[in-house]
Design a protein around this ligand. Structure first.
Ligand SMILES: N[C@@H](CCC(=O)N[C@@H](CS)C(=O)NCC(=O)O)C(=O)O
Length: 204
């Protein structure tokens, strides 16, 4: 059985858990904080969460795990069969991850953990996040799902990134970041109703 390591508070852990549920795969959750200790580094070279273990093999990075799960369990696909459409899903995932989620993450210490970040970091985060939001919005199809008419990996990354991004923007910039992006806001509301997302939230 697949073992899922990490903490339920993590958005990437939650994303991976929701994916396992969407795929109908059996898994066991193992509580493992993100540390630089040898046991965690063996699972995840940067000491982050989530990671999984399959037959004694460890794997980190949610996108790598998603790629593995897609090959393992092609039923209930998270990528369209059409190569171009699949590429477009991954393009959207990349922009969500790199240009919005990772940007908001620069302020995580102050937004969620009682730390502080420099004024320079706050300013660059606000500017870069605004730019990333435009890029993501440009690619968002919302027809009705993120990348078209079927639920894909892009919806998982949308849901578990924009929850975190909205929280960060509210705390750091007193900003309702989705107010200017009604397409994404409506999609978030729709995705919140999915059984996988509901189960992840209920078990958090
Ligand atoms: N690119 C990674 C990101 C994972 C990540 O940033 N995880 C966070 C929790 S959501 C973490 O472990 N943070 C602790 C740390 O950076 O030490 C993925 O997609 O899995």
């Amino acid at each position: 059985m697949i073992k899922l390591y990490g903490l339920k508070m993590s958005n990437y852990y939650s994303l991976t858990k929701a994916l396992l549920i969407e795929k109908g795969l059996e898994f066991e959750e193992v509580k493992a904080p993100p540390t630089q200790k040898p046991d965690n580094l063996a699972r995840s070279p940067m000491g982050k969460m989530p990671s999984i273990e399959v037959d004694g093999v460890f794997m980190s990075e949610s996108l790598a795990i998603a790629t593995y799960l897609e090959k393992l369990s092609p039923g209930n696909p998270m990528l369209p069969a059409d190569p171009l459409a699949a590429g477009k899903v991954m393009e959207l995932v990349c922009h969500i991850k790199l240009d919005t989620e990772l940007v908001a993450r620069r302020c995580i210490a102050e937004a969620f953990f009682g730390g502080s970040v420099s004024e320079e970091t706050k300013t660059s985060t606000e500017t870069d996040l605004a730019r990333g939001m435009q890029a993501v919005d440009q690619l968002m199809v919302c027809g009705p799902y993120a990348a078209g008419d079927s639920f894909t990996l892009a919806d998982l990354y949308t849901y578990y990134s924009f929850g975190f991004i909205s929280g960060t923007a509210a705390k750091m910039f007193n900003q309702d970041i989705l107010a200017d992006y009604p397409k994404i806001k409506t999609l978030m509301e729709m995705l919140a109703e999915r059984p996988a997302m509901q189960r992840v939230a209920a078990e958090q």
